[in-house]
Design a protein around this ligand. Structure first.
Ligand SMILES: *[C@@H]1O[C@H](CO)[C@@H](O)[C@H](O)[C@H]1NC(C)=O
Ligand SMILES: *[C@@H]1O[C@H](CO)[C@@H](O)[C@H](O)[C@H]1NC(C)=O
Ligand SMILES: *[C@@H]1O[C@H](CO)[C@@H](O)[C@H](O)[C@H]1NC(C)=O
Ligand SMILES: *[C@@H]1O[C@H](CO)[C@@H](O)[C@H](O)[C@H]1NC(C)=O
Ligand SMILES: *[C@@H]1O[C@H](CO)[C@@H](O)[C@H](O)[C@H]1NC(C)=O
Length: 383
């Protein structure tokens, strides 16, 4: 037996199946079960969303031959825009959006799944797909947009530009998972050069004279916010760690250091699901800026030994010596066994374990610019 499957679309998305022979309807009775296809999508078809003798029209996204109801259900799962089907048909979307399109049709039954996209949280014309992630839905962003809800500082900037609004550098409401919070967005001005323009989202601020973000701090490994109030202001001394640390994808990082009134920044081209994903597993991940670029964060005072020059996320070659969650370490011997100078964020180890962000180098150990114990305030932003 074959059936005609018609897959529909609209705000929520539908599949319908027409079955010429009603006898296949026996398959249709067991419709209250959780159906999991593959590892990722979970659609819950409910008896309360099942209507015998009805089909949904005007939202067809696909029509194809179907062997039975189960086939339609699988198709509904595998077309990520599908959320219901007419097996002899239909769907229902959690709410009543389509009541007007449910048409009497004796040879159909309509099957609808719980629709997590009813209160579409996706921003910027993204497509909401139900049945994904622990939130029950995911947002498929249009090109140029990112973030769980397709809304990060860079998209705030794009939208404000379109609306002709002034791009004030301040805290804006963002969302990561079910957390909604204020985060500082750097939208305009040239003070982050050479990172470039385009809207930057704040992730962390680290006071190098404090132990909060020491190399060994659990804050690098967990999903806990630290001092969210500090995340609402710009380039001051208030430490912070925001949900953007674990919940925001990016293609570029902007690292900054403030020493007294001097602020310097460097861009790092790096694509990742989150900063958390680059750091929390403790694995080395290469950067390739070169020691002079790292030194430019400090300015003319910067000092490093001449050898080793290992730059990474999670750079550590000896537990007792200089190490950094993001940074460069150097040595006077032509190896990396005992690095005693560094420039970085989330640092620790010899020769000054109390310096957690900045530059350390000792004259006696052949640093290229003399003795330095510089504690900076570090800034980490993403785009
Ligand atoms: C409709 O569904 C069938 C079966 O999965 C698939 O082969 C076909 O490509 C789909 N058509 C469209 C337009 O998506
Ligand atoms: C519905 O099913 C009946 C009985 O099998 C059949 O005679 C009729 O043509 C079908 N109607 C449609 C629109 O397919
Ligand atoms: C979303 O779509 C509307 C209508 O097509 C358009 O006016 C608007 O600019 C789009 N928004 C974005 C962020 O692309
Ligand atoms: C947010 O989501 C987490 C994990 O999915 C959950 O444990 C927590 O209860 C949720 N919080 C709220 C306020 O919904
Ligand atoms: C932190 O969040 C990420 C992204 O949501 C998740 O994959 C990871 O399991 C979380 N880690 C912890 C320790 O909760």
């Amino acid at each position: 037996m074959s059936a005609l499957l018609s897959l529909t679309y609209g705000f929520a998305f539908l599949i319908s199946v027409l079955i010429p022979e009603v006898s296949s309807a026996s398959v249709l009775t067991t419709n209250k079960r959780k159906f999991v296809l593959g590892d990722f999508r979970n659609l819950e078809f409910r008896s309360s969303y099942t209507f015998k003798g009805k089909r949904l029209i005007n939202h067809v996204i696909n029509a194809t031959d179907a062997i039975d109801e189960r086939f339609c259900r699988i198709l509904c799962h595998s077309d990520y825009n599908g959320i219901s089907y007419n097996f002899c048909l239909v769907v229902k979307l959690g709410g009543k959006e389509y009541d007007g399109d449910l048409e009497s049709s004796p040879n159909y039954t309509y099957y609808g799944a719980q629709n997590a996209c009813v209160n579409n949280e996706c921003k910027n014309n993204a497509t909401c797909q139900t049945g994904f992630t622990d939130r029950g839905y995911r947002c498929m962003c249009i090109p140029g947009f990112r973030g769980q809800d397709c809304k990060i500082c860079v998209t705030i900037l794009t939208v404000r530009k379109k609306e002709g609004k002034f791009n004030e550098n301040k805290a804006y409401q963002l969302r990561v998972g079910n957390l909604s919070f204020l985060v500082y967005c750097h939208l305009s001005g040239t003070n982050l050069e050479p990172c470039g323009a385009g809207g930057w989202t704040l992730v962390m601020k680290i006071d190098g004279s404090k132990g909060t973000f020491h190399w060994g701090s659990n804050l690098w490994m967990n999903n806990q916010t630290f001092n969210s109030a500090g995340g609402q202001t710009g380039f001051d001394d208030e430490e912070t760690k925001l949900p953007t640390y674990w919940g925001m994808p990016f293609t570029k990082i902007c690292l900054g250091m403030k020493i007294g009134h001097q602020q310097k920044f460097i861009p790092v081209e790096k694509e990742a699901n989150s900063l958390y994903s680059l750091i929390s597993d403790g694995k080395y991940r290469r950067t390739s800026l070169g020691r002079n670029t790292w030194k430019s964060l400090i300015g003319t005072q910067a000092s490093l030994q001449r050898e080793c020059n290992k730059e990474r996320f999670n750079v550590m070659t000896s537990v007792a010596h200089s190490k950094a969650r993001i940074g460069v370490i150097a040595n006077e011997q032509n190896n990396c066994n005992s690095c005693d100078s560094r420039i970085g964020f989330g640092t620790g180890g010899f020769p000054d374990d109390s310096n957690t962000c900045g530059n350390i180098a000792l004259d006696g150990l052949r640093a290229d610019n003399g003795n330095k114990r510089i504690k900076a305030v570090g800034y980490i932003l993403i785009q």
